[in-house]
Write a protein of this length. Structure first.
Ligand SMILES: [Zn+2]
Length: 463
């Protein structure tokens, strides 16, 4: 498989850059085996022509079922709507979704994500049990619905079976509305092993597509939901694959942690958990400069979900500190109120501008000089590798051959000169679109329209 790109976004010494006339070659495993700028005619023989190519993006945080409530929680019946009242509405959806419905929702969602240029999604999955709280005959019933959805669409999936044991700090057990989330360290580790076994079998198949499109890590729902003993029971046996945890999303959570443990959530994690490069802290919205320094020193990462954090009124992540400390970060769409990574990056930067009353905040890590979009895109790619544990770091040797061809006829790019195209891609809206997409070296043609009716049927049944 080889393509001759008119322009390709290749990694540079500090950040990426457009390079013209690049031969991109993927091997049978779906990873890049050769990347050759200005190839000879013989080298380029047999390559198919492609326009402007950039890497696919990782969506590092998803709860697929929440796609069914995007736009339905903006109409309030009372004053004082907040994260916690939103959560009550979310639980009502969570309590109703059957496995086949989850598959229909996730298939539609993943098709939307792939259309928008995500080529891998991390599914933070805690809907383990049946709506009445009983165990499914197969504990992976809901998990397999997500795996089938990703396989149907052709997007990569990092499944994160999620441990959820308590309704709050120091409280025994779950509330009745949380009954589907009930899990133990053993049950989530068993799900992780089951998914990895399926992934290994797929890799041994006859298909030439052997680059991993499916893998599993684990997730700990939050310090609210997982106590120290259970947290360490999981973390001590996970030697490979990512560990994700929601942390410090809301000030109530920070204050409850302070009351219970005498420490803020990230402080507590740094002191009591084996935080290292496996760890991805989702949100970390209310992280202090000291906590960000601590996470960077441990080589951990954070997952920022700008549109959901804005929608839920969470607060602003300390992006300038993270950039100055070299902390890795990725982006996720979480509740799926937005499903476009360009908009996530745009809002990440815009939030910081509104907050700090200044511009180009993403350049804080490089003395305010350079392309803001280049920093945002390259940082999110780097964070995506940490979030998935997979080689998804861009157009470079050994990385999975995920790429997007930019629609250079998009209105947002009209008249934009080459050096500013990435900036226009991220900041000029409505967002430009993609002409073609490939996952692990294989072009995926959008079939989103096929998945619309099953999704609409689920929405009709739920409303
Ligand atoms: Zn989440």
């Amino acid at each position: 498989m080889k393509w001759l790109a008119q322009q390709a976004w290749l990694p540079g010494q500090t950040h990426g850059a457009w390079v013209s006339n690049v031969l991109l070659e993927a091997d049978a495993s779906g990873c890049w085996s050769a990347i050759t700028p200005s190839p000879t005619p013989q080298q380029a023989q047999g390559a198919s022509a492609v326009g402007w190519v950039i890497p696919g993006m990782v969506n590092a945080h998803s709860h697929a079922f929440q796609r069914a409530m995007a736009g339905l929680a903006e109409h309030s019946q009372r004053a004082g709507d907040d994260f916690w009242s939103w959560r009550e509405r979310m639980y009502r959806i969570a309590l109703r979704v059957e496995p086949a419905q989850l598959e229909a929702i996730a298939t539609w969602l993943y098709a939307e994500l792939l259309d928008a240029g995500y080529t891998q999604v991390c599914e933070f999955h805690y809907l383990h049990r049946a709506p009445d709280g009983s165990a499914y005959a197969d504990p992976g019933e809901m998990t397999w619905a997500l795996v089938r959805a990703a396989q149907t669409v052709g997007i990569g999936l990092t499944l994160l079976p999620t441990l959820y044991m308590h309704q709050g700090f120091g409280q025994p057990g779950l509330s009745d509305m949380q009954r589907r989330f009930a899990s133990t360290p053993e049950s989530v580790l068993a799900l992780r092993d089951a998914v990895n076994a399926v992934a290994r079998r797929a890799a041994l198949g006859t298909s030439p597509q052997s680059a991993p499109l499916l893998n599993a890590g684990v997730a700990l729902h939050s310090l609210r939901a997982v106590d120290a003993v259970a947290l360490n029971a999981v973390a001590s046996v996970v030697t490979d694959g990512p560990i994700h945890i929601h942390v410090a999303e809301q000030m109530k959570e920070v204050n409850d942690c302070l009351s219970h443990h005498g420490l803020r959530p990230i402080e507590w994690l740094l002191d009591h958990a084996p935080v290292d490069a496996r760890w991805n802290l989702v949100h970390a919205t209310h992280a202090t400069a000291e906590e960000i320094r601590g996470l960077a020193q441990r080589d951990a990462s954070v997952v920022i979900c700008p549109s959901t954090e804005a929608n839920l009124g969470d607060g602003f992540f300390e992006l300038p500190q993270a950039l100055q400390q070299g902390l890795r970060w990725s982006v996720g769409t979480d509740s799926h109120i937005n499903r476009n990574w360009l908009e996530e990056l745009r809002w990440l930067e815009y939030g910081q501008r509104l907050r700090g009353q200044r511009r180009n905040v993403a350049l804080d890590g490089q003395q305010g000089v350079g392309s803001t979009a280049a920093v945002l895109v390259d940082s999110a790619l780097r964070g995506g590798v940490a979030a998935t544990g997979l080689p998804l770091g861009g157009l470079a040797l050994g990385q999975r051959a995920d790429w997007l061809e930019l629609d250079t006829d998009s209105d947002a790019l009209a008249g934009v000169p080459l050096p500013q195209v990435l900036d226009a891609l991220v900041f000029s809206s409505p967002s430009p679109t993609w002409r073609r997409r490939a996952v692990a070296g294989r072009e995926v043609v959008s079939a989103k329209h096929v998945y619309r009716d099953p999704f609409l049927a689920v929405m009709q049944a739920m409303l």
